[in-house]
Design a protein around this ligand. Structure first.
Ligand SMILES: Cc1cc2nc3c(=O)[nH]c(=O)nc-3n(C[C@H](O)[C@H](O)[C@H](O)COP(=O)(O)OP(=O)(O)OC[C@H]3O[C@@H](n4cnc5c(N)ncnc54)[C@H](O)[C@@H]3O)c2cc1C
Length: 392
């Protein structure tokens, strides 16, 4: 028989956003005792994503951090930029560790119910948020959902749309070839041709690293093309022949990079979050930190007896910067690589990370803008003026 139950809160989707939110709920004293339902089609820890982010606190997630780096390397146009970070650390969390820890704590909490079901839709009826699932209908005071695209998604204004797509190999080598203190943030010195292409290397120890072949382009490439990109990089840059490493794990992903403005709500009392809430930064694809910030804001508002924030977009000026960079990534890949080259040549890495995190002051933004080629930005400003001058 189909079930129908009422909760204070429903968290629909137990990926990065849903898990982060349930974790913050459980830590918020004022919300102790509230009945929470966490729903997903599968509630098992799976390693399918390696979430990286930077933070100015050393270990914001304590034992959930799989590895941290204090130095980063960027390569572009034949130059190598390496820097030890002063204010930030670059961290990574594995999706299976994250889910395991949070689901274990959630399962032990008598106020949290876990539900494996296919989520079909959300609605607002008789003052309650409603979730329809394959296991029945569930209602709540508030629903936070990261599972479904908001209604009218395809009608939202969209001028720039790129995909960040990648295949990563977690490799283990015989020889000690990696420096576990230094991650390669972006290596653009690889053949370009299918869009802006770079390799990202996350060494976990002297013998193991995740090597990710990444593109910003409109279309995906074939599995063979990712494989060739990785094999060529591992033999060329890392100087390892195919017999000198083993592939332990493969990670594939596609992250939307677009200027669509996602609505904060699916319908009254149902809030969008995660990728479905438009939390992905359009020009970089980074989402994890924004998910943490959004979850903190939601829980803080609820603890204070208020409604969750309706505004989840970046401040206007950062949306404009995102649009200008996205325009160049989309239409002028060669100019984009020159922009990255000048950016890392002329600015401290910490300042760039702070800028990408949207924490810089306007005078710092201007200094960064001044350090990169202007023409591509003026061109983007001109081409995107209809968006930029109508609220971005
Ligand atoms: C491989 C990969 C690596 C990434 N790495 C980074 C990174 O390093 N740093 C960063 O900042 N961002 C990264 N991202 C981007 C972003 O942080 C992730 O996509 C993140 O997982 C988004 O969280 P989310 O909760 O919105 O979506 P998800 O984590 O995808 O969670 C959505 C959940 O909803 C469930 N669901 C969906 N539809 C239904 C349905 N109909 N019924 C029931 N359940 C449903 C799914 O099972 C899933 O568990 C990465 C993305 C990918 C794909």
């Amino acid at each position: 028989m189909k079930r129908s139950r009422h909760f204070d809160f429903i968290i629909a989707g137990a990926g990065a956003a849903g898990l982060s939110l349930v974790w913050k709920f459980l830590q918020q004293e004022e919300l102790n005792g509230k009945k929470v339902l966490l729903a997903d089609r599968a509630l098992k820890p799976v390693r399918d994503k390696t979430w990286c982010f930077w933070d100015d606190q050393h270990h914001p997630f304590g034992d959930l951090i799989f590895h941290s780096w204090d130095s980063l390397e960027v390569r572009a146009l034949g130059d190598v930029f390496r820097e030890k970070l002063q204010d930030y650390r670059y961290h990574c969390v594995k999706s299976d560790d994250y889910a395991k820890k949070i689901l274990t704590v959630a399962r032990k909490n008598p106020n949290v119910m876990l539900l494996e079901a296919d989520i079909g839709d959300f609605a607002f009826e008789d003052g309650r948020a409603v979730m329809q699932t394959s296991e029945g209908i569930f209602t709540a005071g508030h629903i936070f959902q990261s599972a479904l695209r908001p209604p009218g998604f395809h009608k939202l204004k969209l001028d720039l749309s790129l995909l960040q797509h990648f295949t990563g190999w977690h490799i283990r080598t015989e020889k000690p070839v990696f420096d576990p203190a230094m991650a390669t943030f972006m290596d653009f010195d690889v053949p370009q041709g299918n869009g802006v292409t770079f390799v990202y290397v996350l060494p976990f120890n002297r013998h193991e690293a995740l090597v990710e072949y990444t593109l910003f382009s409109e279309k995906l490439i074939s599995d063979e093309a990712y494989e060739k990109g990785l094999t060529d990089y591992i033999s060329g840059r890392l100087e390892l022949s195919s017999g000198q490493y083993e592939i332990e794990y493969i990670e594939k992903g596609v992250i939307p990079m677009e200027d669509r403005r996602y609505p904060a709500q699916y319908c009254p009392k149902v809030w969008n979050t995660g990728t479905m809430g438009g939390l992905t930064k359009p020009s970089t694809g980074y989402t994890f930190t924004r998910i943490q910030q959004h979850s903190t804001e939601i829980v803080r508002a609820l603890a204070a007896g208020a409604e969750p924030p309706l505004q989840i977009m970046s401040p206007y000026r950062f949306r404009v910067y995102d649009m200008m960079l996205l325009y160049n990534l989309n239409r002028h890949p060669e100019a984009s690589i020159r922009i990255f080259h000048e950016l890392f040549l002329r600015n401290r890495f910490d300042r760039i990370l702070q800028f990408l995190e949207e924490k810089t002051q306007i005078h710092q933004d201007l200094k960064i803008m001044y350090s990169v080629p202007w023409l591509p930005f003026f061109r983007a400003l001109y081409k995107m003026k209809h968006r930029i001058f109508t609220g971005a």
